[in-house]
Write a protein that binds this ligand. Structure first.
Ligand code: ZN
Ligand code: ZN
Ligand code: ZN
Length: 244
């Protein structure tokens, strides 16, 4: 079973939304690991941020979590025992005193970072798709190594091919697959979170309500949307969860 989780990076979330998103990730991954169940949409949250969701049994032999390692913020050490970041200065002393694992993650990766942490905490297999360069002259270069080639290069040679790979992972082998796209409410920058195509609306007048094509009309959009749309086109199971 392949479980892909994509969504918005760390800069898009308020603290209460972050709590809900992290609880949701824990819930999704825990359900797969412990009860072989999947969340099938219809997610709501209790006032303390705990998840209330509908689950359905699934069948699979092995479980792989796929995430994207979005290089936003600094690379920092995170302790799976303390469930917190540790400074570079404390790292050596920390490793000696500590039995738990220490991983390195991007501090502002948002969903991708939280998935990496939770997957490691639960001890589930994970496959991380970093946005490495696909340009024949710069093959395998990181974003940092391609820092002089911004904008279109980054999208065309790093993010787009990476998104496609995530959407198509396990397709030929016909592996069971589900993708969750976790996005904060009102985060679509093309429609200011309204869900309407504002430009078209301006042209057509106040009684016209054309949907925003970027977010699909719910006002929530993240960089995981391309992966989500591509997987959907391939008739794979995709679920978008918007968090208020
Ligand atoms: Zn620790
Ligand atoms: Zn590049
Ligand atoms: Zn929109």
């Amino acid at each position: 079973m392949i479980v892909v989780i994509v969504g918005a990076d760390g800069r898009k979330w308020t603290k209460p939304q972050e709590i809900k998103a992290r609880n949701l990730i824990y819930h999704i991954l825990g359900s797969f690991k412990y009860s072989k169940e999947k969340i099938i949409g219809d997610v709501s949250f209790l006032p303390n941020g705990e998840v209330d969701a509908r689950l359905e049994l699934v069948e699979y032999d092995s479980l792989t979590i796929v995430t994207s390692r979005d290089p936003v913020g600094e690379e920092k050490y995170y302790c799976l025992d303390c469930l917190d970041y540790i400074s570079d200065m404390r790292i050596e002393a920390h490793q000696i005193n500590n039995s738990g694992g220490i991983i390195k993650v991007h501090s502002d990766g948002g969903i991708s970072t939280w998935v990496e942490i939770t997957t490691a905490t639960l001890g589930i297999n994970q496959k991380i798709f970093s946005p490495l360069c696909t340009d024949p002259d710069r093959l395998g270069y990181t974003l940092k190594q391609c820092k002089n080639y911004r904008g279109y290069h980054q999208w065309e040679n790093h993010f787009k091919p990476r998104s496609i790979k995530m959407a198509e992972f396990g397709l030929l082998e016909k592996e069971p697959y589900i993708l969750y796209n976790i996005v904060p409410a009102k985060s679509c920058r093309w429609c200011d979170g309204t869900g309407w195509d504002l430009k078209k609306r301006q042209e057509e007048g106040p009684f016209s309500f054309p949907r925003c094509k970027k977010c699909g009309g719910d006002g929530a959009y993240s960089d995981g949307t391309y992966t989500y749309n591509h997987a959907k086109k391939l008739n794979r199971e995709v679920i978008k969860i918007v968090i208020d």
